[in-house]
Design a protein. Structure first.
Lengths: 416, 299
């Protein structure tokens, strides 16, 4: 009897100690549920199996991600791992919301896992603030509707950015469809800065001051103004996000090309399967600088996290090479891990447009670069920049005047 | 005396739950928000758990010195033009649907549908109406008022986007005010109308001499509510134009929203100061409304 009481006591003590050693990590993803529930849940299960002392509570946040993040910090219930993009990570880091991940994972490990540019995208000052996760390339692939090309008398895809501008006129004049939807002023960012970067024109100087008001910058903007005012760009491009608009109009045969990642194809497959099957996938043209622009997601650890060590383990697990490659098998994203470059996963290709597009860009994560870094006070600076781009497009200012005004505002309101 | 005290205690006991809820969810946020307008409370302070720092009127100087806020406030004041249109139309339709004729309940319900329709859904629908290939341009072409070449997207036009968004506000608010007017109309004793008929008053005279005077409290309430709602317009602007083109639809509440909630660069101090300025304008306009209706009543 005594022995069984002892055994019971020991058992209870063991259970109690296991329970007290259990750490719960709260994990927030951004717009991944319900489509990727399977992948996320499987990865969490694998993590929990490998780390028996850690339990993961997963929530998917959507439109209110940033507001929920801020509110949770205020309420003292901050999540431990949060999925943010490059821009929001920079803003959160500048305002002191995040823990530097190089204080949780050795810089050598980070450098051996991720591409240098991927880490640089999430670096502010001397610290890196996110484990780079899945990415995309803005000029990753070019998708085109061969029937509209045939109607326009075109036999191949454009090879340079300047050829794109010529195609814009040819396609519209001969078919009535728009050639493509340039990202003139996507909301909450300053997408036109990406065009400067692609053409090898500086966006800021070393001190972060605006450097986008030279005649060369104005000349590039003027080319887009001419296209817009000539009716060669959908007028909604000043009001709506280019990617959304492009996928919508492409599926309706009203846009001939989409420049972007393979993810556009998954939408077209849903909305117009016939056109999807016909879509030709090829290399996208690059600007004079020969560089790609793109973005990626990262996993950040809030400063207010109560379990930063366990959180770092989870973030590192989700962003490791094997798990990023596994995610790229579920959805055509671009891994940001060095190992993806040598993976055989992106060497095989088939006739399916998504497979072809993934093969083209999957191993190119090293090229992911937004082309500009979120400045301090970026919300105000981006709004003013976009307002000036819009003023030029609508003929209220010359391209030079618009950029000069944007640069003046930028330099006067930039927070260090 | 003791009975009176007991009655008071009883009344306050019954009122307590509502008063506590009001204090926690209305008065405290209101007073704290007003206090924040006089402090520096940016994202950086917030993230580092530093309390708001008193800066006096600095935020008001920032807000009133910002050309974007002045444009936004001017747009919000201009938005008040929707108020008389909305009130006249909803009162007129309320009079029409107040009649007990077969099937009228269906009309009443139909007019109320926009009130309960989500703004995102409404935005998708109105996009179809206002875009270049949309219903509005189709209608104008059918009436030979425009040509395909002259068609444009209404939400992309600096001249028209404002009015297009205002139409959506009108559409969303119309049913709500109509129901309020309907309730007011149904409270008017039928004998008064019958007496006016016996006196030989025409329908128009009955409306102006009997209905409108008796509806004055409802008209005041509806005008006040719609004035405040017009000054606080945000949702439809956000989803339809995001303030563009060229800030022609950028409203004061959008400014407050952007400063407070758009990202990690938030500034609760500036946002609260801007909110207080809007509240002050709303208060002034409410006082004007009261004064106008009070004078009418005395006359």
């Amino acid at each position: 009897m005594k022995r069984s009481v002892k055994a019971l006591t020991l058992g209870l003590a063991l259970v109690a100690s296991t329970a007290s050693a259990q750490t719960t990590v709260t994990f927030w993803t951004w717009y991944l549920s319900p489509k990727f529930d399977g992948y996320i849940k499987d990865t969490i299960s694998a993590f929990e199996k490998a780390n028996p002392g850690i339990k993961v509570q997963w929530f998917d946040k959507q439109d209110s991600m940033v507001q929920d993040f801020i509110a949770s910090v205020n309420l003292g219930s901050a999540p431990d791992v949060v999925n943010l993009n490059i821009d929001e990570t920079q803003k959160a880091a500048q305002n002191g919301f995040l823990t530097a991940v190089n204080s949780l994972t050795s810089p050598a490990t980070l450098r051996s896992t991720f591409y240098p540019q991927s880490l640089s995208n999430f670096t502010s000052g001397a610290n890196t603030y996110a484990y780079p996760w899945y990415g995309w390339l803005n000029e990753g692939v070019l998708l085109y509707n061969p029937e509209l090309f045939k109607k326009a008398g075109l036999t191949r895809a454009p090879r340079t950015a300047s050829e794109m501008l010529t195609y814009a006129k040819t396609i519209k004049d001969k078919t009535g469809a728009y050639a493509w939807v340039p990202a003139l002023k996507d909301p909450n960012t300053a997408s036109f800065l990406g065009y400067f970067y692609a053409e090898g024109l500086p966006v800021t100087d070393a001190s972060g001051k605006a450097a986008f008001n030279t005649p060369a910058h104005a000349s590039l903007l003027a080319q887009y103004v001419t296209l817009y005012r000539g009716g060669y760009v959908p007028e909604d491009a000043v009001r709506r996000e280019a990617f959304q608009l492009a996928t919508e109009l492409y599926a309706q045969n009203r846009v001939a090309m989409i420049i972007g990642g393979p993810q556009a194809l998954t939408r077209i497959k849903d909305t117009n399967p016939g056109l999807y099957a016909k879509t030709v996938v090829t290399q996208a043209p690059l600007g004079k600088a020969g560089v790609q622009t793109g973005g990626s997601m990262g996993l950040v650890i809030p400063k207010a996290s109560r379990n930063p060590q366990a959180a770092a383990k989870l973030a590192a697990f989700f962003t490791n090479n094997a798990n990023q490659l596994a995610f790229a098998r579920v959805v055509p994203v671009v891994p940001t891990t060095k190992g993806a470059q040598t993976s055989t996963q992106f060497k095989t290709t088939g006739s399916d447009p998504v497979a072809r597009a993934t093969a083209l860009v999957g191993a190119s994560g090293r090229l992911i670069n937004p082309g500009y870094r979120a400045p301090g006070n970026s919300d105000d600076l981006y709004k003013n920049f976009n307002d000036n781009i819009e003023a030029a497009l609508l003929g209220k200012k010359t391209a030079q005047q618009a950029l000069a005004d944007a640069a003046t505002y930028w330099n006067a309101n930039l927070k260090k | 005396m003791q009975v009176h005290w007991r009655q008071s205690l009883m009344s306050y006991t019954f009122l307590a739950p509502a008063l506590i809820l009001l204090a926690v969810f209305t008065f405290y946020p209101l007073l704290y928000g007003a206090y924040l307008g006089f402090t520096e409370y940016s994202g950086a302070r917030f993230a580092n758990h530093l309390p708001p720092q008193w800066v006096g009127l600095k935020n008001f100087e920032t807000v009133l010195g910002d050309p974007l806020f002045r444009t936004a406030l001017a747009n919000s004041v201009k938005y008040l033009l929707v108020v008389p249109a909305l009130q006249l139309a909803s009162l007129a339709v309320a009079v029409l649907v107040a009649k007990n004729i077969p099937g009228i309940a269906l009309f009443r319900a139909a007019y109320y549908v926009p009130v309960i329709t989500s703004v995102s859904l409404a935005a998708v629908m109105w996009e179809w109406v206002f875009n270049r290939e949309g219903t509005l341009n189709w209608l104008l072409r059918a009436l030979h008022l425009t040509t395909p070449e002259a068609a444009f997207g209404w939400l992309n036009s600096e001249q028209w986007a404002f009015w297009a968004v205002m139409l959506v506000t009108f559409w969303r608010g119309f049913g709500y005010y109509m129901v309020l007017y309907l309730a007011g109309l149904q409270a008017i004793p039928e004998e008064l109308e019958e007496a006016a008929i016996l006196d030989g008053a025409s329908a128009w005279q009955r409306f102006w001499r009997v209905t409108v005077p008796l509806m004055r409290p409802t008209i005041l309430l509806c005008t006040l509510l719609s004035t405040i709602a017009a000054l606080r317009v945000l949702e439809e602007v956000l989803v339809l134009t995001n303030g563009g083109p060229l800030n022609s639809t950028y409203t004061a509440l959008m400014y407050v929203y952007a400063k407070a909630f758009q990202g990690f660069d938030f500034d609760y101090g500036v946002a609260s100061a801007a909110g207080l300025v809007v509240a002050l304008v709303a208060l002034l306009l409410s006082a004007l409304n009261f004064r106008f209706f009070h004078r009418e009543e005395q006359a």
